[in-house]
Design a protein around this ligand. Structure first.
Ligand SMILES: [Zn+2]
Length: 349
């Protein structure tokens, strides 16, 4: 009787989770995928010399008809989880029959750091400052090199998903080069709170830095790419995830990958630039300005107390703007962050 129950449970689980069995591969071979197919991969990235090679989870969906290849990557920083759930939800609602083109989704790019609740890679390097990496470089350089070879080389468009870092919180905002019509459109389709014009790559007359973000690397390769920041680290935030899913589906509609209508809910606040404000002495910081709050020049945005509770500093906004992100950790040393201030595009005098 007990074994029958287990058998029925097994059958029931297959019925619910009747998804592909992941294959271990060294390379994603899109040309070998049949139309209307969904495939899970454990893609080998590096060798750790012990048990298994280090792999990343990859979901590839090929539609019935030809079309572009849309890439989605989440958790290049291992503690930035909301994008993982956005990918899960987008893939769960995908209809292969009506899909034109291919989706390559990586719900967990920094696979080593995710179970460690860690932003940075194994060697404490920030992977998103280390592109393009080196084939025979150090540990993080080899890791991002492989991502460039095995992921970036496969996609026509890319959405890279992030959140705030530990000790901070973010709005739902997009970083994109708004001088490029494709990347501007991809950003505006998100229904985000804020779209921040951020080129991400040097201008023609500036030198290309030796190391850069994955977005910068992808754009240099000619791949229209945006970075989306979904709220806060190490959590799933259902409302932001749902909005994020709609934004990705909007990109798919706009690229002609499906026939669904584009859903527009709210116009984003457009910022032409942004910068962080920092405290100039240590203490307990209370940020008064809220996320998405429009702040005025000379408006009080934060106060700082010493360990005895005395008010020692007040911080005021240097110019009009909007709060894109803010510190959520009261404990701060000198140089700690207060707010990420966005300067509105239409504030030009
Ligand atoms: Zn990040």
């Amino acid at each position: 009787m007990r074994s029958l129950c287990f058998f029925l449970l097994f059958v029931f689980q297959i019925a619910i989770y009747g998804q592909p069995t992941p294959q271990f591969v060294d390379e994603i071979q899109l040309e070998k995928l049949k139309p209307e197919s969904l495939q899970y991969y454990w893609l080998r990235i590096i060798d750790n010399g012990m048990s298994q090679p280090v792999t990343i989870p990859v979901i590839v969906a090929r539609g019935a008809d030809p079309g572009p290849v849309l890439g989605m990557t989440a958790a290049l920083h291992g503690n930035e989880l909301n994008g993982i759930s956005v990918i899960h939800q987008v893939m769960a609602e995908l209809d292969l029959k009506s899909l034109h083109g291919t989706i390559i989704a990586i719900p967990g790019l920094n696979a080593i750091s995710i179970p460690l609740h860690q932003r940075r890679y194994f060697d404490k390097e920030d992977l998103n400052r280390n592109f393009p990496g080196k084939e025979k470089g150090n540990r993080s350089q080899q890791y991002v090199w492989q991502i460039g070879q095995k992921i970036l080389s496969k996609v026509d468009y890319l959405v890279d998903m992030h959140t705030a870092s530990f000790g901070r919180e973010n709005t739902f905002y997009v970083r994109s080069d708004l001088s490029d019509t494709t990347m501007a459109k991809m950003a505006l389709l998100q229904n985000a709170d804020i779209v921040l014009n951020n080129k991400g790559v040097p201008s023609a007359n500036e030198q290309i830095s030796a190391t850069r973000t994955m977005r910068a690397e992808a754009v240099l390769k000619g791949i229209p790419t945006i970075t989306i920041e979904y709220g806060n680290p190490q959590v799933f935030q259902p409302e932001l995830i749902s909005r994020g899913k709609t934004g990705i589906q909007n990109i798919m509609s706009w690229l002609g990958m499906n026939q669904d209508p584009i859903v527009t809910t709210q116009p984003a606040v457009i910022c032409k630039k942004s910068y962080w404000l920092y405290i100039d002495q240590g203490g307990y910081l209370e940020v008064i300005a809220d996320l998405n709050q429009k702040v005025k020049k000379n408006e009080r945005i934060a106060i700082l107390r010493n360990p005895f509770g005395d008010l020692v500093r007040e911080y005021f906004c240097p110019e009009d703007g909007i709060v894109i992100g803010r510190s959520s950790n009261p404990v701060n040393m000198s140089g700690g962050r207060i707010i990420h201030l966005g300067i509105l595009q239409n504030e030009d005098k």
